[in-house]
Each structure stands twice: as C-alpha cells, then as structure tokens.
Design a protein around this ligand. Structure first.
Ligand SMILES: [Zn+2]
Length: 282
C-alpha cells in the first residue's frame, strides 16, 4: 500500500532511559540505591542484542551516577553505535534540584559520558518528565552547556501537560534555541494515551501503537518511543509501591521485549542526534 510505503520512508527514534529498577521518582527506597543489587547491565545487554539483530541505532539517556558506578556500560553502548545522551546524575526531579544543582548535575554527567565515550552528550531528558515549558532557567542552562535538544515534555495529563505540543518545536532562550522533542502519544477524545512508552507501551494493543507510529509518519513526523532496562525483565525485583504506581512501573513487563522486536522489524529508526542533525541540514 502507498500509505505503508510513505510511512516506512520516515525514521523514528527508540530512546532508553538507562536507570535501575529502584529509580522511581518520589518512592526512593530506604536503603541507599548504591547498596541495592543493580539489574541494569543484563537488561541493557538484552536491549543491545535486539537492536543489533535489526541493525538499529538508538539513543540512550544515561544516568550519570550509574555510568560512574559501572564504567564499562557507556563504552559498551557507544561501541555498538548508539548515541549517549544525559538523564542527569542523581535521578532527582528538577523541581527538587533548582538551577545550581541542575547545572552541576548536567556538567558532572557530561564529564563522565565524555570521559567514557569520547563525546559530550547533546541531548537531555529530565527524570520523570520533571521539566516544564515554563522552566526557562533550565533551558538557558541546557543551551549554555551545549545541548541541542531536550526530550522531557510529555504531552500527557498528570505526568506532563495533556494539551502540550505533540510534535518537535523550538524553545527560545536568551542566547539561542533548544529543540524540544516530545515522546509519542495516541490522541483520543478522552485525552492523550501513553502509547510511546512506559505502562501504555506494554498495556495498549500492539495495533494501536503501530497505527499511531504510522499516523505520525504519514503526517511527516518521527515518533519517539521510550523504554527502561527494567521493562525487559519480567520477573525482576520491584519496590513496594502503591498498586497503580506498581502497575505503571513494573506491570506487564513481559510485553516490552516482544513489542520492541515487532516494531524493529516493521519500522525504520535512527538516533535522536541524527534526527536533529537532519533538520539542521535540511
Ligand atoms: Zn528516569
């Protein structure tokens, strides 16, 4: 079908927020995270295996503290041809950090990633979508620190802004622009649904996710998907969270890997940096 051919022409982006199973904002465990057994490495290896099978390059938003604790992780991802971007250092919400600490975390994580991969990151995603469009101070800092794009504004009710833009746009700072690239959502009369990642990616029917990607592509836009390493491990450990939060964080994890495989086989992908660079040269 012509529509499928048109849709297949456009490249989408898979992003992975590289954090551990206990990095759940607002529900920090009593035991310090660095004393809990980590599960990132085997799950990142699962994701790398799948991406490698389909020869797809993805964008990994790396938590600085995690890269520091496991210095082989970033080189392993970068050597497989993927982009390393920043997910901050501590996984604390931006609202708790304030401007000085945000800048310090950004620089620290940038230094670690540069030391380990040979390249400074140009993309950022805030822990749990905790950046708001009105946080001009944060965009000023991102631009000052050399970031080309941010992917923290989720057009969803509760976790983001349900009426926010669904497609990429420019945020103007005093000194230049930062590109804002929101994750994919499915629009419905009842509001936007999180089909691009998290519990929605694992819960809603696969056809809904696939048709949303096709619709984005037919309208000339790339869809941005997101995944966490903990979603690749069906029986992995869980923090004791309230029931809804537990489901959103850990529920239906068996679905994530199979769905990723299906999408890798049916759509085209590139990294976020490649997407941004293609706009700049267009
Ligand atoms: Zn996160």
């Amino acid at each position: 079908m012509l529509q499928d051919r048109l849709a297949n022409h456009l490249k989408n982006v898979i992003t992975i927020d590289v954090e551990d199973w206990f990095h759940v904002c607002g529900c920090e465990p009593e035991t310090p995270p660095d004393r809990l057994p980590g599960r990132v490495r085997p799950n990142v290896e699962r994701i790398l295996g799948l991406l490698g099978e389909f020869e797809v390059a993805a964008t990994f938003f790396m938590l600085g503290s995690l890269a520091e604790n496991d210095p082989a992780l970033v080189p392993m991802i970068a050597e497989a041809g993927h982009e390393i971007a920043s997910h901050g250092y501590s996984h604390r919400l931006l609202t708790r950090l304030g401007s000085d600490e945000f800048k310090r975390e950004l620089q620290l994580t940038g230094d670690i990633i540069e030391r380990q991969s040979g390249k400074r990151p140009v993309g950022f995603r805030a822990p749990q979508w905790s950046l708001k469009m009105s946080d001009s101070w944060a965009y000023d800092i991102l631009h000052e620190e050399g970031y080309l794009y941010d992917s923290s504004l989720n057009p969803l009710p509760l976790v983001g802004d349900g009426s926010g833009p669904r497609f990429p746009f420019r945020i103007r700072t005093g000194k230049g622009d930062v590109l804002e690239i929101p994750p994919m959502v499915t629009t419905t009369p009842a509001g936007n649904l999180p089909t691009g990642g998290g519990w929605g990616f694992r819960f809603f029917p696969l056809w809904m996710i696939r048709s949303t990607i096709s619709r984005y592509n037919l309208s000339g836009a790339a869809s941005i998907l997101y995944l966490h390493p903990r979603e690749m491990e069906k029986d992995g450990p869980r923090l004791p969270l309230p029931p809804l939060r537990n489901f959103a964080t850990y529920g239906t994890r068996a679905e994530a890997g199979g769905r990723l495989r299906n999408l890798l086989g049916n759509f085209r992908f590139q990294t976020m940096e490649q997407l941004v660079t293609s706009w700049q040269s267009a």
